[in-house]
Design a protein around this ligand. Structure first.
Ligand code: GCB
Length: 579
């Protein structure tokens, strides 16, 4: 699915703003309109908008509605309604008619509404949104308070992960048009280079009656015209004196794709951004453009006051600003696909991303065929969505599944095969908390390790935590013989709390622990990066382990630095390997 754009042949407008909102409290036909209980903002989560706890933790059906008009000059066009994401499950109705649904939040979906859209009257758009998680959803939820990780047991709402299960129409809603005769539907760009020459493969799929595709890379000599076969095309272009995409040098190119008919008339016109770069794992190194890169950065969340997980451009800009300030070069989109707009910002700013499927805490006590089906579906949607983004250097198929269970072996084999069949240009990882007992690392290129010495065990004992980390990293490397990326470590810290001698929860303790553990990681030649948990404090479900949210942020939820941030800024200013 393409990112919606206004071009020579396409129009675009958004349906963001204030919508009507109601909880589904009875059997009435909400799809034909309903009395609003509240008004809500789109994009945004609904949970933190109101003062009433009933709304905050409501996970059953809710209804969103708004009306819109279409200008009559669009009558001749194909009209598409697109949602950036709705968590967790959406059923969409236009003028009382069911258009279809989508599950697994966090990825976009769209409907062709050409036949149903009215031009002489208001259109009524109603969306049923539901956030009830189960053992068959990805992520799981409502496991009767029996998540595997003890610290999350008994949480409210009942999730086997700590971040708050925000819900709603969390990303933009748009209407875009394409010509009816022919339109581009999918584009895949893959790049390599040899010396100064970039090799760019651009393939795609279209619908309708185009005969050929004319493809050119703006600002270069590269262009070609290719015939369509079964409505697909494949092309290979060369960019001379290519400017590679990299950290701090995020050179981007625009591929213009024009579908043409047999007489050479342009039917559809679309521009796809891409960067020329390679990424691979070689021995104990991740190579970006053939040079080793050490990942320094964070796990994160899309999370902010009031708006929850809703797209917020200002917060996104601020977060990337802070990443640059602290000299981080990367982050993992923990624990779900982030907004398309944020991934594009990373492309433009040269930030490396590990893109993660929303599969956090998959527990094999509860997995069934449906869980695997949902997991495969969302992984495929993630790859389809982000495959052209140069900032995405690795796929993460899951975070902290019970991968010490034999049932996890065929499950993760299938997932890794799926990813590799869709994309052979990026390494694949899985993030584990099972140490050397993990059974599925054979299927992955990089071992992702979440480890909390000095916090969940060995509290207050930095030296012992370092010793533990040293021993466990050596053991894991012995076992897996693959590069290890430390994907989570850290300590909850109350901003403004100080203590000498150092004590848990204080800014001194966070600083000493994080810097101490990094020292150990850097003793090991097979460690390819350090991602601290977390970039910023974030809202969680309620439970005894969280006081006002998860406080492991290096920045507060307001995006101000804790003490450790200043030390990291100094330490990270010198990259481990020369850029
Ligand atoms: C983890 C999870 C992360 C939690 C973190 C914590 O291992 O991957 O989602 O927030 O621990 O702080 O407990």
């Amino acid at each position: 699915m393409l990112y919606p754009k206004r071009t020579q042949t396409r129009d675009l407008f958004e349906l963001n703003g204030i919508w009507n909102f109601a909880r589904e409290l009875d059997e009435s036909n909400y799809a034909e309109g309903f009395t609003a209980e509240k008004q809500v903002a789109v994009p945004g989560s609904y949970n933190d908008l109101f003062t009433d706890n009933e709304f905050r933790t409501w996970e059953k059906g809710t209804w969103y509605a708004r009306s819109f008009q279409l200008p009559r000059m669009l009558r001749s066009e194909r009209i598409v309604l697109r949602f950036g994401s709705v968590s967790y499950r959406a059923e969409v109705y236009l003028n009382g008619q069911h258009l279809g649904g989508h599950e697994t939040g966090y990825t976009p979906f769209e409907f062709d509404i050409t036949e149903l859209a009215k031009f002489d009257d208001e259109n009524l758009l109603c969306v049923r949104v539901e956030n009830t998680l189960s053992n068959e959803t990805v992520p799981m939820g409502n496991l009767q308070n029996k998540p595997e990780a003890g610290q999350f047991a008994g949480q409210y709402p009942d999730t086997p992960f700590d971040f708050f299960p925000y819900a709603g129409i969390q990303r933009p809603v748009a209407i875009y048009t394409t010509p009816k005769t022919a339109w581009l539907d999918q584009v895949a760009v893959e790049t390599t280079y040899e010396g100064n020459t970039g090799h760019v493969s651009i393939g795609g799929r279209c619908c309708g009656q185009a005969a050929k595709a004319f493809i050119s890379v703006q600002g270069t000599e590269a262009s070609t015209t290719v015939e369509l076969h079964d409505q697909t095309f494949a092309s290979m272009l060369k960019i001379e004196s290519v400017q590679l995409w990299g950290v701090n040098r995020p050179n981007l190119y625009q591929a213009r794709i024009q579908l043409i008919d047999t007489d050479g008339n342009v039917l559809d016109d679309y521009t796809q951004q891409f960067g020329v770069r390679t990424v691979k794992v070689d021995g104990n190194r991740i190579l970006l453009n053939e040079k080793p890169v050490y990942l320094q950065g964070f796990g994160r969340h899309e999370d902010f006051h009031i708006i929850g997980k809703g797209l917020n451009h200002s917060v996104n800009i601020r977060d990337h600003e802070l990443l640059k300030w602290i000299h981080a070069n990367s982050y993992r989109t923990t624990h779900y696909p982030y907004s398309e707009e944020l991934i594009q910002l990373a492309d433009e700013q040269g930030i490396l991303l590990i893109a993660e499927a929303p599969a956090v805490s998959i527990n094999f006590d509860y997995v069934n065929e449906q869980t695997l089906k949902a997991h495969k579906k969302v992984l495929a949607e993630l790859i389809e969505r982000d495959r052209n983004n140069p900032s995405v250097i690795m796929w993460s198929v899951a975070n902290e599944a019970t991968t010490d269970r034999p049932e996890s072996i065929p499950y993760f084999k299938e997932l890794s095969e799926l990813v590799r069949s869709m994309d052979s240009t990026r390494p694949v990882t899985m993030i584990s908390c099972k140490g050397a007992d993990d059974l599925v690392m054979d299927f992955f290129d990089v071992v992702g390790v979440n480890t909390y010495p000095g916090w969940y065990h060995l509290p207050g004992q930095v030296d012992a935590a370092k010793e533990h980390l040293r021993a466990s990293l050596k053991q894991m490397h012995e076992q897996f013989r693959k590069p290890i990326l430390i994907t989570e470590f850290g300590a909850d810290t109350i901003a403004g709390m100080h203590s000498l001698p150092v004590e848990q929860w204080s800014e001194e303790y966070q600083t000493e622990l994080i810097l101490g553990l990094i020292e150990v990681m850097r003793e090991m030649d097979f460690v390819v990066g350090e991602h601290i948990w977390n970039f910023a404090d974030f809202r969680t479900a309620q439970g005894f382990a969280r006081v006002g949210g998860n406080k492991k942020g290096v920045f507060t939820r307001e995006r101000q630095p804790k003490m450790v941030a200043h030390f990291l800024k100094k330490f990270w200013s010198k990259p481990r390997y020369e850029d």
